[in-house]
Write a protein that binds this ligand. Structure first.
Ligand SMILES: Cc1cc2nc3c(=O)[nH]c(=O)nc-3n(C[C@H](O)[C@H](O)[C@H](O)COP(=O)(O)OP(=O)(O)OC[C@H]3O[C@@H](n4cnc5c(N)ncnc54)[C@H](O)[C@@H]3O)c2cc1C
Length: 442
């Protein structure tokens, strides 16, 4: 796509973050002849693959099943690549069964309509628990209404990210650096970002800095009312090879009333997680871009097993995942889990991504706001980010991916209608209520 008339190709681009948003942007830039003379640097606080990044895990659902037709269409274009040229050995098309505990969960019916409208999906409506149970191959049904889309699947997240990293490295265009960005380098007299300062006290300069630091992005830029980190629970259950062979061929199960889901196991591990409102982790930090050094802001930021090696999932979250497991697979419910984890979404008020030039700071672009659903777009999101860098936001995402006109208070965050489970939980409070040890039984 041709850039907008005002766009000038930057001589240097610095990307902060090697997750889905950052790595795919690097990939798109090094394929695009327009940027052949641009130097590209990617910095991450962790060596690749980042152990606590939200893009690195055993699995991620790949689905065009969205209540919003624009994301259905974008996911469908990503899926066409997953099926063919993009990390195909890491993509598995087992189907996805989306259920709810009642018709009031309207995401399910809108999503059904959108995938049917695509015309290319093998979709089957499920009218009752018996039909759901049969399709999912579970001992009990995960909901009372729903549908299965046999054309949806899942990807090995770490495997496909490593595959993409190799593609990027093979181009020999991107300079990878492992260091933590402490802050943006800003010339406040011209409101221009000239790069970043690292914790090692070196400075990286660039004509354009792209912040793609996932749930940590709000520590580098004031995103209050625009994006925040929410912690989501995951548990991994060990399986025998016989169980792996059986469950490995079944569809992913997602109940949108509770947010609980189970992705088909791989490497003898079954993953249960919750697509919920999550935990916030409020911390007070110096304002990241203020000229007043005593100004502070209070925001939610990730707290991970890298920050605290003994971090446990709060018992509330663990119990929720284990109850789901014991409901759908009662015979597995007495087994000890292998591990648990809190993984951090970068939520926005509407669930839309934030892919935009900064409205005030020249030389700064933001690519984040994955809102718990960006992984599936790995094959295409870098190209979309570069289009937005060039001033060509796709029409269907104009006013949605762009810098919002107003900051929204927490109570007004409507989301995209896909979340289930408890609202308003704070990580520390839930942890203090009691964290069950890893390996606990229900
Ligand atoms: C539990 C869970 C389940 C999910 N399930 C699905 C799913 O089924 N399907 C789907 O499509 N999507 C899913 N998602 C969403 C998807 O994984 C995310 O939207 C996507 O991975 C976000 O990528 P990112 O690049 O924004 O963040 P990340 O992958 O977290 O990358 C950010 C990077 O920035 C680096 N960084 C942060 N701060 C700094 C700093 N100061 N200096 C240098 N580097 C820094 C971090 O180390 C990290 O590597 C899920 C997410 C989670 C957490």
């Amino acid at each position: 796509m041709a850039p907008s008339e005002s766009f000038k190709v930057p001589s240097s681009i610095l990307i902060v973050g090697s997750g889905v948003f950052g790595l795919s942007t690097a990939w798109s830039l090094c394929k695009n002849p327009l940027f052949e003379n641009t130097s590209i640097t990617l910095v991450d606080r962790q060596p690749f693959p980042c152990p606590d990044g939200s893009s690195i895990d055993t699995s991620r659902i790949v689905r065009p099943d969205y209540a919003d037709a624009a994301y259905t269409s974008l996911a469908s274009s990503a899926q066409a690549l997953w099926r063919t040229t993009f990390a195909p050995s890491f993509y598995h098309e087992n189907g996805l069964c989306i259920t709810a505990s009642g018709l009031e969960q309207t995401y399910v019916s809108s999503s059904y309509d959108n995938v049917c409208a695509l015309g290319s999906c093998r979709v089957q409506k499920l009218k009752n628990e018996e039909e759901i149970k049969q399709v999912c191959g579970t001992e009990r049904a995960s909901g009372t209404v729903g549908y299965v889309n046999w054309s949806s699947g899942w990807a090995d997240a770490e495997g496909s990210m490593c595959w993409l990293c190799k593609q990027v490295e093979a181009r020999n265009r991107v300079h990878f650096i492992t260091d933590t960005v402490k802050k943006l380098v800003i010339d406040h007299s011209t409101n221009t970002v000239a790069g970043v300062q690292l914790t090692s006290n070196t400075t990286l300069t660039a004509a354009l800095t792209i912040l793609a630091a996932g749930a940590w992005t709000p520590s580098l830029l004031d995103l209050r009312g625009i994006a925040k980190a929410t912690g989501q629970v995951l548990i991994y259950l060990p399986l025998t090879s016989t169980e792996q062979a059986h469950l490995g061929s079944l569809p992913t199960i997602l109940n949108l009333s509770t947010g609980l889901f189970a992705i088909p196991p791989s490497h003898n591990l079954l993953k249960i997680a919750r697509h919920g409102y999550g935990y916030t982790n409020p911390v007070t930090i110096p304002h990241p871009t203020s000229t007043n050094s005593s100004e502070t802001i209070t925001i939610s930021l990730p707290h991970t097993h890298i920050d605290n090696r003994t971090q446990c999932v709060p018992s509330e979250g663990l119990t929720s995942c284990l109850s789901f497991l014991s409901h759908i697979h009662p015979t597995l419910s007495t087994r000890s889990i292998q591990s648990s984890r809190i993984c951090w979404y970068t939520d926005t008020p509407t669930g839309d991504f934030l892919i935009t030039h900064h409205p005030t700071f020249k030389g700064l672009f933001v690519a984040t706001g994955g809102s718990g659903h960006a992984f599936k777009f790995l094959p295409v999101i870098g190209d979309k980010i570069v289009e937005c860098v060039m001033g060509r936001t796709p029409d269907e995402f104009k006013g949605r991916w762009e810098w919002p006109e107003k900051r929204v208070s927490d109570e007004e965050w409507v989301g995209d209608g896909s979340r289930g489970g408890p609202v308003g939980m704070v990580l520390q409070e839930e942890t203090e209520k009691g964290a069950l040890e890893r390996g606990s039984k229900l």
